[in-house]
Design a protein around this ligand. Structure first.
Ligand SMILES: NC(=O)c1ccc[n+]([C@@H]2O[C@H](COP(=O)([O-])OP(=O)(O)OC[C@H]3O[C@@H](n4cnc5c(N)ncnc54)[C@H](OP(=O)(O)O)[C@@H]3O)[C@@H](O)[C@H]2O)c1
Length: 332
């Protein structure tokens, strides 16, 4: 038997329930993992609230660091990652991870290098994979580009600031408090504007710095900042809308893109790591960047694996009072 957090109807954090259920039976292509650490992502709150429809009952959670209990029954093809072994510590961001045991497809599980500690590793899972595909594929950040990162002190935001800086871009961040400004600066943002300024003030400040607006805006806020994105991006620039922290962006007509010949993309992580070698390549690059000290992880708080702990982490991430990552200690 195992304990996991399920929801059988959508709603607020009160719908989270602890269930005692059988250990999942892996399908042929899946690995059984004993979970040690998991993390809270905004995505979990969208599924819990019903913004992202899902089949019920469902187990929440996405990211996990844990120990391999069983290997898949099908032959694993070689990728650029080392082969998986029973008893090995691994990282995945593709599973129902708020649980003592979970299953994941073998090609979305990476052996964790010994020199990366499990708590930091789980803090980088979905958020750092996301930041990587955003700067590589949603828009390819180049040396000298001007980039605007919204919620720059958040879980994805701090990784975006560091990666854009690492690839030589000038990073402008936006955030809601002076302490968050300092954190975003410490992670690579050269300029950070407060969201308490008026929209006109921030648009003018961006144009003063960049001349013509930014090459790309990375926006995980959604509805509240969507219109402003059109004002701060330069002609032929790109708006990457990748989240709904303030609510989803409303439908719009493609003609809206025409005056500045803009590109808009609304990506999600799944398709970027769907193929074994895509996941392997991103995992390898992430581990290398962390090992060489190019990327730091910032952990807001560690929560216990209890009803109160998991619910509190979901309240906290939506409160606007957190920075960096929220992680949950499941077991030793
Ligand atoms: N598409 C993908 O592949 C993908 C993957 C992972 C995450 N995401 C998205 O990325 C975004 C950030 O996720 P995260 O887990 O790293 O969270 P986070 O950035 O740590 O937290 C959300 C932040 O959004 C800002 N915010 C602005 N308006 C808000 C509002 N009305 N309500 C709540 N927060 C507001 C707050 O930062 P300030 O105080 O600085 O304003 C808040 O701290 C989310 O939208 C998430 O869905 C997308």
């Amino acid at each position: 038997m195992l304990i996991e957090f399920q929801v059988d109807h959508v709603g607020g954090p009160e719908v989270l329930k602890l269930q005692d259920i059988p250990v999942p039976e892996p399908q042929d292509h899946e690995i059984l993992i004993k979970v040690e650490w998991t993390g809270t992502n905004y995505f979990d709150t969208y599924k819990r609230s019903g913004l992202y429809p899902a089949k019920l009952p469902m187990t929440l959670g996405t990211d996990a660091v844990g120990i391999v209990v069983t290997l898949p029954r099908v032959q694993m093809v070689a990728t650029s990652l080392p082969p998986l072994k029973i008893g090995q510590r691994v990282l995945t961001c593709e599973g129902a991870a708020f649980a003592e045991y979970m299953v994941a497809p073998w090609w979305q599980v990476a052996p964790l290098p010994d020199d990366i500690d499990p708590k930091s590793a789980v803090a980088m899972a979905t958020s750092l994979f996301t930041a990587m595909y955003l700067v590589r594929e949603s828009y390819q950040v180049k040396k000298g580009d001007w980039v605007l990162v919204r919620a720059a002190a958040g879980g994805v935001g701090l990784f975006l600031c560091q990666l854009c800086r690492y690839y030589g871009a000038h990073v402008i961040g936006t955030t809601s408090s002076e302490s968050k400004v300092a954190l975003a600066r410490a992670h690579g943002a050269e300029h950070v504007f407060l969201t308490s300024n008026t929209s006109a003030e921030n648009i003018e400040a961006v144009h003063r710095l960049t001349g013509n607006g930014v090459h790309v805006v990375y926006d995980g806020i959604g509805e509240a900042t969507w219109e402003e994105d059109f004002q701060i991006v330069r002609p032929k620039g790109t708006i990457v809308s990748f989240g709904n922290a303030s609510g989803p962006v409303l439908p719009f007509a493609p003609l809206k893109l025409s005056p500045k010949a803009l590109k808009v993309t609304r990506p999600t992580l799944g398709p970027f790591i769907a193929e074994p070698e895509d996941f392997a390549r991103y995992a390898t690059e992430i581990f290398d960047l962390v090992k060489k000290g190019a990327i730091k992880t910032s952990i807001h708080k560690v929560y216990p694996f209890t009803v109160e702990g998991v619910a509190q982490s979901q309240l906290d991430i939506t409160s606007r009072n957190t920075t960096g990552k929220l992680v949950i200690h499941v077991a030793n």
